[in-house]
Design a protein around this ligand. Structure first.
Ligand code: SF4
Length: 200
């Protein structure tokens, strides 16, 4: 479009009017009552996201022992304040807000052992000691039944002491030290199929 003196003045007038209107809208918005920040009376506690091996920094805002907000730590060298969709939702791993905005424990968070027996359609609650004993029993049974001690390599028996019947998946919710110990334990049992949700 060719810009004549007249069209330039018209355009300037329209821009000034829009700016005035925007200013009025802004002033109204600013004058509107503002709810106090959720983090106003909280203590900031820095932590690390537990979802994956990237290790983004998060600041938790804690009030009376309850986390009321969690967001990316702008001072953290890895994420500089940003979080992916998983990290952004980490607050809901523990809490949700009820209708009046009060944080309450997330009712969908699993806090009990649920066991579904082979062929059963429903889960039943079990205690942790039962679950840990059962897991240990089944791992040992599977390992003992399937352990391959040697394989034939060109007519020569080579010791391998391995089982292909167990697959171990590490967790980014565990610390590096815990995953290291899982790894050592698996190797000691002859488990050779090891992986991790963050491929660590
Ligand atoms: S899950 Fe997302 S926010 Fe959490 S450490 Fe990994 S990349 Fe960062």
């Amino acid at each position: 479009m060719e810009l004549t003196r007249r069209s330039f003045l018209k355009l300037s007038g329209a821009t000034a009017a829009a700016a005035t209107l925007t200013g009025v809208g802004l002033r109204k918005a600013i004058a509107a009552p503002v709810e106090p920040l959720r983090i106003k009376y909280t203590k900031e506690v820095p932590t690390i996201c537990t979802y994956c091996g990237v290790g983004c920094g998060i600041i938790c805002s804690v009030q009376d022992g309850i986390v009321v907000n969690a967001e990316g730590d702008p001072g953290h060298p890895i994420n500089e304040g940003s979080l992916c969709s998983k990290g952004s939702s980490i607050f809901n791993a523990s809490y949700i807000f009820e209708e009046k905005g009060k944080p309450i424990p997330n009712p969908k968070r699993m806090t009990k052992v649920l066991y579904r027996a082979p062929g059963a359609s429903d889960y039943e609650e079990k205690d942790w000691n039962w679950a840990l004993d059962e897991i240990a029993k089944r791992i040992k049974d599977t390992r003992d039944r399937t352990l391959v001690k040697t394989v034939d390599v060109g007519g020569r028996q080579v010791t391998v002491n391995r089982t292909n019947a167990i697959n171990w998946l590490g967790s980014a919710w565990c610390t590096g030290e815990e995953n290291y110990l899982f790894h050592k334990m698996c190797r000691a049992m002859g488990v050779i199929n090891l992986d991790h949700c963050a491929r660590l």
